[in-house]
Design a protein around this ligand. Sequence first.
Ligand SMILES: *Cc1c(COP(=O)(O)O)cnc(C)c1O
Length: 422
Amino acid sequence: MSDIDEARKYIAGGVNSPVRAFKAVGGEPVFIKSASGAWLTTEDGRRLIDYVGSWGPMIVGHAHPEVVAAVVECAKSGLSFGAPTAIETEFARKLCSLMPSMERLRMVSSGTEATMSAIRLARGFTGRDKIVKFDGCYHGHSDSLLINAGSGALTLGVPSSPGVPASLARDTVTLDFNDAASVEQAFSDIGEEIACVIVEPVAGNMNMVLPVPGFLETVRRECTKHGALLIFDEVMTGFRVARGGAQELFDVTPDLTTLGKIIGGGLPAAAFGGRADVMAQLAPDGPVYQAGTLSGNPLAMTAGLTTLRIVEQQGFYESLGDKTARLTTGLEEAAQSAGIALATASLGGMFGFVFSDEDVIRSFAQVQAADIDRFTRFFQGMLAENVYLAPSAFEAGFVSAAHGDAEIAHTVAAAERVFAAL
Ligand SMILES: *Cc1c(COP(=O)(O)O)cnc(C)c1O
């Protein structure tokens, strides 16, 4: 019996998160036994170049010796206390200094918890119920946010999940990403009812879509004008596209930011934070309740802090960005020689590619109009060439510091062969 059939006997759908099941690309998911640097080793002994990176966290590469050593050392002193520790303060100080819009923060254990808590805080602070999100953006799987969502919800064709009460859905307004005019219109219609706008400043859960000039600025301006809070969901982009996140690159300052993925360095850590006056509304200082048994867990803090110390090093993002751009340029050229239309994007250690005639992908509609069958064949072809891409056309890809010239060259050469056969 295959690994996935055995898993299905005990785990719903055989997986602990839906996209892992390979439903969108067909075939059976590969089971991972171990990983080191840029490479995964499967249970049946294959070695694959990894562009998933545990869906974002592994920016310094798998099993980085410094991160592993720090976590092992920390484990010897106890795994969890449920009481304050010095490393939580040290980590929070580091995060606030790298991302100055965060005057105060709170640690949680997943990106879903971070966005859910930030939304509750925004509603509590403003005394308003309505929230605005963008189609194809994914902010975790809490009820208010699982409406026209991206990532797995999109991959499996259930952008709005059964089980989300209609009453909650009524309070979630969804607009088109990169459509500044629709943001102005929504605020002119119901601006006084909007608690917050939540947005991925670079959309990474509908493949990868960069913000068009003026989009984030318009959202910022309208929120300020109407007393709504702006939440940047940087769970994916934080420390992925730049040291200070997308907010530093695009020079737009949110009221609240959510972080996850990289800040846990591969262990479960996430955070939300922002303006001190807003964060003061959170219990125990204020009335908005939020809590977590394992929040600020010492192992997760240690993995995250050690990871951030590595990405802080001089030249880290320059080198990562160069490598990622070389990968997407290589893919684009390989596609072109095979007469295949491919639009790519890259920023820092994040990239996307869409089988589309468009030069640049600007909207969710353009991603949806792309050739998904071709993606599926490309994905399987690359897997046969020992390159592990995200098993969905609606996910971004990730390059780590451990990806070297050899891995990039292997990937581009593989793509040339696969494109030629598509
Ligand atoms: C991954 C992701 C989340 C959810 O984080 P989890 O840790 O999976 O709950 C939220 N927002 C964005 C932008 C993400 O990429």
